[in-house]
Design a binder for this molecule. Structure first.
Ligand SMILES: [Zn+2]
Length: 437
């Protein structure tokens, strides 16, 4: 028996996993912790209270300095993790304790080696109660309008703002600020309505902006190191500002920080806010460094419009493998079924939108091809939302990489995207919103 135990011990030491890296990706949506190792790891977890924490026991692992680094990698502003403790629970079992800041539903899963990664053990910490994104968007819009109105009022002087019950004729201020005229006596008890700069909109137009990749998935990396996930986030954040500045419009980002969002989740987020448009933003690499120019893609029902388009769609659809999706999560299959309902009408509108955007981008930079291309991009499959994917340029082309990094070019690109979206809505006014969900 003693010999057997010794033999087992020796074998186990030889096969013990080494940690390659630990990474933490905090975000309001969820925080991910990744442990990358040269051998597959397995883990069990349970929740504990007082204080609220998740306890994870990782098998086949000895405590190492690389693992201890995790403690220092949790940021104080992490929405989910308050602190981490790491210890050797038993021989070959490392216990991680994550102290929680809010009610959390963790998902623990493993990912096989892919791209530049070896084995990954992933802990995703999701909130138990998901907030309502549409409600959040409407509230944000209202508070922005109130702030804008208040700023105007302040600028015109306090006394104008206090003309709720004017005894003098209303001053010749802008319509937005005019107090109810004295003559309008039909509802004398009604308090002054909240100011509505730009007039009352029929309804809020919502544009879903989808910066590609993020977190574990860097996207393409340029010859001098520019990462696609960073540049597309910069562009999307600026585009949000431009869209939010348009009356009656609001942008919703599928991610506003450096974390990974699975493809089906991007579509689901857009549908949850009943988005009128979906614009996915990318800056990929291509097979040759000479390839250059922007392109715009829509969904296709019958195969790709070119070999390039097919290659691009295959490439983008592989993002979930690199980014890391828990295939056991039950909502993934439901959404996938939904995605197959894509309609001809959606594609028709997407091509119109794509045409407008391509036309505007063509004014500020090179185009890879002069027409909107089509292929089976998973992220464009919302059946009820016109959806395009914009390749802003090839980060693999050294010249385009430096342009994409340049804030002046980014600003031009953002202006072009905004103009394209505006032109689309001018020609295709959105209908009254149907509450489909
Ligand atoms: Zn991409």
């Amino acid at each position: 028996m003693g010999t057997l135990a010794l033999l087992l011990g020796a074998r186990d030491l030889a096969f013990g996993a080494s940690i390659i890296a630990v990474r933490v990706w905090p975000a309001a949506d969820y925080t991910r912790v990744t442990i990358e190792s040269d051998t597959a790891l397995s883990a069990k977890h349970f929740m504990a209270e007082n204080p609220s924490r998740v306890v994870i026991d990782v098998d086949g692992l000895e405590l190492s300095p690389a693992l201890r680094e995790l403690v220092g990698k949790v940021r104080s502003d992490d929405p989910f993790i308050g602190g981490v403790r790491v210890g050797q629970n038993q021989p070959r079992v490392v216990r991680l304790v994550l102290d929680l800041k809010q009610a959390t539903a963790p998902q623990v899963f493993t990912l096989a080696p892919v791209a530049a990664y070896q084995h990954r053990l992933v802990f995703d910490l999701y909130p138990t109660h998901e907030r309502d994104p549409l409600l959040a968007l409407i509230r944000e819009k209202e508070s922005a309008e109130q702030q804008a109105a208040k700023a105007v009022q302040d600028a015109l002087g306090e006394f104008i703002g206090r003309l709720d019950k004017p005894v003098l004729p209303a001053p010749a201020a802008s319509g937005a600020l005019a107090a109810p005229p004295v003559a309008a006596a039909s509802a004398p008890m009604t308090p002054a309505p909240a100011p509505e700069p730009g007039g009352k909109m029929e309804r809020l137009i919502i544009v879903a902006l989808d910066p590609g990749h993020g977190g574990e998935d860097p996207g393409a990396i340029g010859p001098s190191g520019l990462r696609e996930k960073d540049v597309v986030l910069q562009v999307a954040l600026q585009l949000r500002e431009h869209i939010n500045a348009l009356p009656g419009m609001r942008a919703m980002l599928t991610r506003d920080a450096d974390f990974f969002v699975p493809l089906h989740e991007r579509v689901r987020k857009a549908r949850r806010v009943q988005a009128d448009l979906f614009v996915s933003i990318h800056a990929d690499a291509f097979m040759t460094p000479q390839a250059r120019g922007a392109s715009v893609f829509a969904l296709s029902r019958n195969g790709a419009s070119s070999a390039t388009a097919r290659w691009m769609a295959d490439h983008e659809n592989a993002a979930d493998l690199v980014g890391g999706v828990n295939i056991k999560a039950k909502d993934a299959t439901v959404v996938r079924t939904l995605l197959d309902m894509s309609t001809t009408a959606q594609i028709k509108d997407s091509l119109k939108l794509g045409g407008e955007v391509l036309g505007q981008i063509g004014k500020v930079g090179h185009l890879h091809r002069g027409s909107v291309e089509q292929a089976g991009f998973a992220v464009l499959k919302a059946p009820d939302i016109p959806s395009i994917l914009v390749e802003t340029g090839f980060v693999s082309n050294p010249e385009e990489e430096s342009r994409l990094r340049d804030p002046r070019y980014q600003a031009q690109l953002v202006a072009a995207l905004t103009a394209g979206i505006k032109r689309y809505f001018a020609k295709n006014p959105p209908l009254a919103r149907q509450r489909a969900l």
